[in-house]
Design a protein around this ligand. Structure first.
Ligand code: SAH
Ligand code: SF4
Ligand code: F3S
Length: 459
């Protein structure tokens, strides 16, 4: 089997020729996909521009996971329509999960010239050319094989410190509330040789952190077609990537509580450069809700997994996702989520109100019957609780020293830098001559619920 050369890792900015402007919404997998799209378009003669006013082609890579994610994109399409009115000749394309969910319906929007689903990106140069020749175009065919394994993504981040690598696509779980399996298709794992190769190229180009991405990394499994006895699971893949260079950090997401075994935790324990952070979405603390959500684990199983993480990796941060107000959620179910948050004491959480998604099992069988005001009140209660816990957890870091990988200037001040600890905690500190890509030891002096504030200390 042949491997493509992962040579170009920085975007090409040109003053002449065709320009593409890309906006990305949704999860990190979409960020990775936009880099694949840019690679494909760069091959076709496009270069990236930073302002839509300069673009011949405007692309928006979209998310369907909650209704508000889609509303934001529809708002942006209005802005692009104005831009098209202002000057002719610009092509507007919708990519990603909304493209896959809404298909032809999106073409009815006067802003939209082309629609391409997550498995159709190789077809983009042809689609764009066809728009110019003969009008609106669409390709939303989902594939069982496409992993874009041979495409060297063109990195769009400015500092060149942390890069995403998709190790798999799609999802085979059918959590009853979730649109992802419908819009991303069946789960496929990518050849580990192409993953390692991509990581090596990034590291050679100076990247200091590799993020391995999948909707459920624990179900990563590659069977070598030339030798079916040679299987690679996620723990083995993680270890191979960690071994490339012990000075380069490795992160991963997302872990699934039903599939995360001890092998992954043991692999982490063997390699200090695998970051001490596990994102383990719980969704609800109530067994009744977990069953109805089709998550395939119980509260007790989840708590057992948390205990195992703490046993094998005592310094590991744990974060989660949670949904408030799923179909039929009672005060008692909600109280179970609250008590679980108090018990686990997460380092952080993404907290959402349930948003019914058309076509999912929940939308067909379980009424969206928790009133919005109740959903909001429950969500606010979870957020307030978690903010307090995050603050208390961060306070425990005050006085301690952490190795921080610097990512760049802080948002608020030109003389301060921002980076993260192995536990994925954001850390802000005076630059003191340091720069992006360096590891520094930072002593934490104070904190908020979201950020550690400190100063660089010598080794
Ligand atoms: N693969 C990951 C999650 C991907 S979607 C996992 O299995 O955990 C990211 C998060 O969005 C989910 O964890 C869930 O908390 C949230 N989410 C998904 N569908 C949702 C919906 N219909 N309403 C509200 N939140 C939702
Ligand atoms: Fe959605 Fe469940 Fe798949 Fe996560 S595991 S993407 S929540 S179906
Ligand atoms: Fe959204 Fe699609 Fe990711 S629905 S969360 S962008 S897989």
């Amino acid at each position: 089997m042949s491997h493509a050369d992962f040579v170009s890792v920085k975007p090409v900015f040109r003053s002449e020729g065709l320009h593409v402007y890309i906006e990305t919404y949704g999860c990190q997998m979409n960020v990775g996909d936009s880099e694949v799209v840019l690679s494909i378009l760069q091959q076709a003669g496009y270069s990236l521009c930073q302002r839509m006013e300069e673009a011949d082609l405007i692309l928006i890579n979209t998310c369907s996971v909650r209704d508000n994610a889609e509303q934001r994109v529809l708002g942006r399409l209005d802005v692009f329509r104005q831009e098209k009115k202002r000057r002719g000749g610009v092509v507007v394309g919708v990519l990603g999960c909304m493209a896959e969910r809404l298909k032809e319906k999106l073409l009815e929007n006067p802003a939209v010239d082309l629609v391409a689903g997550p498995d159709a990106y190789r077809d983009l140069p042809r689609l764009v050319a066809a728009v110019t020749a003969s009008g609106k175009q669409i390709n939303t065919i989902l594939s069982h094989e496409e992993t874009y394994a041979d495409i060297a993504p063109v990195r769009m981040d400015r500092e060149g410190v942390s890069a995403f690598i998709s190790i798999m696509r799609g999802c085979n779980n059918v959590c009853s509330y979730c649109i992802v399996p419908f819009v991303r298709g069946a789960e496929r794992s990518r050849d580990p040789r192409t993953i390692v190769r991509e990581a090596e190229t990034l590291i050679a180009a100076g990247y200091k952190e590799i993020n391995l991405l999948g909707q459920n990394v624990d179900s990563y499994r590659w069977t070598n077609p030339e030798d079916v006895s040679a299987q690679t699971d996620f723990a083995a893949l993680l270890e191979r990537v960690a071994c490339i260079n012990p000075k380069v950090r490795v992160r991963f997401a997302t872990s699934h509580p039903k599939d995360m075994g001890d092998e992954v935790l043991e692999a982490m324990a063997r390699h200090a450069n695998i970051c001490r952070h596990i994102h383990l979405p719980v969704q609800s603390g109530s067994d009744v809700m977990l069953e109805k959500m089709n998550r395939k684990y119980t509260r007790a199983h989840y708590l057992e997994r948390v205990a195992r993480i703490r046993e094998i990796l005592p310094d590991c941060a744990i974060t989660t996702d949670v949904i408030a107000g799923f179909s039929g959620e009672t005060d008692e179910d909600h109280a179970a989520t609250i008590s679980l948050f108090k018990e686990v004491r997460y380092d952080g959480a993404f907290m959402f109100q349930y948003s019914e998604r058309p076509g999912t099992k929940a939308s067909r069988h379980y009424p969206d019957d928790v009133p919005t005001a109740v959903k909001t009140a429950r969500l606010n209660e979870i957020i307030a609780l978690q903010n307090g816990i995050s603050l208390e957890n961060n306070r425990k870091c005050v006085g301690r020293t952490f190795e921080v990988l610097i990512e760049g200037p802080s948002k608020r001040s030109a003389v301060e830098l921002v980076g993260r600890t192995s536990q994925n905690k954001t850390c802000v500190f005076p630059a003191a001559g340091h720069k992006a890509g360096e590891y520094v030891n930072v002593r934490v002096l104070s904190c908020t619920s979201a950020t550690l504030l400190g100063e660089v200390v010598s080794d």
